[in-house]
Design a protein around this ligand. Structure first.
Ligand SMILES: [Zn+2]
Length: 55
């Protein structure tokens, strides 16, 4: 999957709108949460301070 943004944490509003289809795939089955921004993703590399979800 090719993404134009680095992480979900620093995403701009416009980018979120433009890439909604890709982003919803990244967050549909979250395995990680950002310890700083509280965003979630299936892969830790999309978060600035990824922590594994244990719940
Ligand atoms: Zn973050």
């Amino acid at each position: 999957m090719k993404l134009k943004f680095k992480s979900l944490c620093g995403i701009k509003k416009n980018a979120f709108k433009d890439h909604f289809d890709e982003i919803q795939l990244l967050v549909a089955r979250p395995k990680f949460v950002c310890g700083k921004c509280a965003r979630v993703a299936g892969c830790g590399k999309h978060l600035c301070k990824a922590r594994k979800l244990t719940a």
